[in-house]
Design a protein around this ligand. Structure first.
Ligand SMILES: Nc1ncnc2c1ncn2[C@@H]1O[C@H](COP(=O)(O)OP(=O)(O)OP(=O)(O)O)[C@@H](O)[C@H]1O
Length: 641
């Protein structure tokens, strides 16, 4: 039966401090208590706000412009179509005025020419505006679709590009919320509101201009009514902006909870957390509902007040106009056209509130998306990248040097105090130590998931920070405990590190690792979809696929976080053989959980509280007899008999 380091080491932690052999890579400077910083919950200690990430003030505007830029020709065409369409629509009341004041009196005198002409122009305008509106809607919808497609793609690319440090702090549920509900708010604005907003804006300009043309008094009254309406809109926007930002955060917390529950569905069911989760979910849902209710109330207030203003202005203008008609100062047709125009001016007010709603909701979402897109990876690409020096054919792997390295996670104290360590080319180094000792952190520095806080990590003398990501990933491959399989076929999963590999190469790698037999026994062999029925692959088999991946990718340095889950003896033997094949001829750092792995390594490092406290060959450390590793080895051996 296999035994993990943790199982045997944990009880010892509370007891005596380890004795014996000092570290070969000495810890040279003492920092704050190591290992103390790990437990801090993301975002609590450094004011990291997941919903309002720091971004320049103009980031949303710049984002919008950059999204529109590729579609500017389509947007310009849409604008021209709209201007023509509105000209056709707004000609209606003007034609009514002409008909009443000129064409009808002419017809009364027996001349039907003007009436016929007005009627024909009216018909042409109606038909033309329909065609133009169709053109505007299809053209602008095309631009909006392209824009949203681009935005979602950017969020996805950004999510992949940002460093682990960011993902440690920004929950995946929030990322999902940004690319779903926040993008949806923008889509709502574009589908439901933006076209209308543009139509309303253009129509307002046309109507006011036509009213002024017909009668400056009527135009002045319409303009004057915009003062209280503008104040109303300003107040509405201020209040609803806050509410929409809260609403977007509230829906994000609902999605985060949902996501967390589904990701942890096994522990949720195993520990009977369903009822508690239900309660927590209900609270979050209620909060969302309350915030949403606030936005609806705000909308209702706006609609009622704006209607009141509009009706008062219309009634006042009609009364005043009637008086002027009676006095002979205004033609009846002009008053009729004026009343029609005022109706057209104020009619969209109810819809305008809805549009403003969409607008505010979209603005709040755009701010959040812009904040996310403005983040720069903590592990940046080098400005002047270098390539790794060529490797002599007779030398396996590459030399790795941790030079005066120290490391703290952003959210806590120093996890690795300053140390230096050299991993000789072609050697397998096993790292053991209690949970939280810093083994994974050491491995992540070598994979450059993080950059050291102090010092450098060098591969054959080249600082990892000077390598481009593709160059680094060609040189260093990390195999994680869970040996993750992506959706796709077994063959595609093996070819992950070398997508252009031929089927022969894939099969050769699988054969060398000892995975060929189980793969050919799958329903469709190498073409079996790992996520489909029949494609279920056991934990041990997943590890074999991961080793075949390494063999095919052929990196110089391999980091292996050995799986903790115990396998049966034949299974473990197969994995052990596969590991030996995958690591042969490479420099390997293995976070070891099995005795069999440790004793076959060239070298063992024992870590405790961020420091390397023992360093030597397995046989040498065992022979020492009084170190932590020899105790561990004794306990392991005893557990196997
Ligand atoms: N993302 C993180 N943010 C903050 N602290 C972290 C983070 N990851 C690990 N830590 C802390 O760093 C310390 C070292 O953790 P690390 O995961 O390297 O230990 P380990 O030896 O690999 O443990 P295990 O064997 O349990 O995986 C611990 O105190 C841990 O709480």
């Amino acid at each position: 039966m296999s035994t993990t380091v943790e199982e045997k080491d944990r009880p010892r932690q509370s007891g005596a401090t380890p004795s014996g052999g000092g570290p070969a890579g000495p810890a040279e400077a003492a920092g704050p208590a190591p290992g103390t910083g790990g437990g801090t919950a993301a975002g609590e200690s450094d004011g990291f706000d997941q919903d309002l990430l720091p971004a320049p003030r103009n980031a949303p505007r710049r984002l919008l412009l950059s999204l529109v830029r590729p579609h500017r020709a389509t947007v310009a065409l849409a604008a021209v179509l709209l201007l023509l369409q509105q000209a056709a629509v707004q000609a209606g009341p003007l034609l009514v005025a002409i008909a009443i004041d000129r064409a009808v009196p002419a017809a009364a005198g027996g001349d039907y020419g003007p009436v016929t002409a007005v009627a024909l122009v009216y018909l042409a305008c109606a038909a033309g505006s329909g065609v133009l509106l169709y053109g505007f809607i299809t053209v602008s919808a095309r631009a909006c679709q392209g824009l949203l497609l681009d935005l979602r793609g950017r969020i996805y690319r950004q999510a992949q590009a940002l460093s682990l440090d960011f993902h440690d702090r920004y929950t995946s549920g929030r990322l999902i919320s940004r690319s779903t509900s926040d993008v949806q708010s923008l889509r709502d604005l574009m589908d439901e509101g933006l076209q209308e907003l543009v139509i309303v804006t253009v129509s307002v300009v046309y109507i006011v201009a036509l009213l002024c043309y017909l009668d400056i008094g009527l135009g002045g009254a319409a303009l004057f009514s915009f003062v209280p309406l503008a104040l109303l809109v300003r107040g509405f926007r201020r209040r609803s902006g806050v509410l929409f930002s809260r609403r977007s955060s509230a829906i994000a917390t609902v999605i985060v909870k949902f996501n967390e529950t589904l990701n942890g569905i096994r522990p949720v069911q195993a520990f009977r957390r369903e009822r508690r989760n239900d309660e927590e979910f209900r609270t979050l849902n209620k909060h969302h509902e309350r915030v949403n209710g606030g936005t609806i109330l705000e909308l209702a207030r706006f609609v009622v007040t704006s209607r009141l203003i509009a009706n008062t202005v219309t009634a006042g203008v009609v009364l005043w106009g009637a008086y002027r008609v009676a006095e002979g100062e205004l033609a009846l047709g002009v008053l009729a056209a004026g009343a029609l125009y005022l109706r057209r001016l104020y009619d969209p007010l109810d819809r305008f509130a809805m549009i403003l709603n969409y607008y505010e909701s979209a603005t709040a979402s755009l701010h959040k998306i812009a904040g996310l897109l403005a983040q720069r990876p903590d592990v940046p690409e080098p400005e002047r990248p270098v390539t790794l020096p060529g490797r002599p054919a007779d030398r396996p792997g590459r030399e790795v040097v941790f030079e005066d390295v120290s490391f703290s996670y952003r959210t806590g104290g120093e996890v690795l105090p300053r140390f230096s360590l050299t991993l000789r080319a072609g050697e397998t180094t096993a790292v053991v130590g209690a949970t939280g000792a810093g083994k994974s952190t050491l491995a992540k520095l070598l994979a450059r998931f993080y950059d050291p806080t102090g010092g450098r990590v060098l591969m054959d003398g080249t600082d990892l920070r000077e390598l481009t990501t593709p160059e680094l990933r060609r040189g260093v491959v990390m195999v994680t405990q869970e040996a993750f399989l992506f959706s796709g076929t077994v063959a595609e999963n093996i070819a992950l590190g070398k997508p252009d590999a031929t089927r022969e190469e894939i099969e050769a790698a699988a054969r060398a690792i000892g995975a060929h037999e189980f793969i050919t026994a799958l329903p469709e062999g190498y073409d079996t979809d790992v996520r489909k029925r029949g494609g279920r692959i056991s934990a041990g088999q997943r590890q074999l696929v991961a080793f075949a991946r390494v063999l095919l990718a052929d990196p110089s340095v391999v980091i292996l976080d050995e799986a903790t889950s115990s396998l049966d003896i034949p299974g473990e033997k197969a994995v052990q053989r596969a590991m030996a094949t995958a690591l042969r001829g490479r420099t390997a750092l293995v976070i070891a959980h099995r005795l069999s792995t440790v004793v076959t390594a060239h070298r063992v490092l024992v870590m405790s509280a961020g420091r390397i406290i023992e360093d030597g060959s397995p046989a040498g450390l065992i022979a020492d007899g009084d170190g932590q590793f020899s105790d561990l080895h004794r306990a392991w051996r005893d557990s196997l008999v």
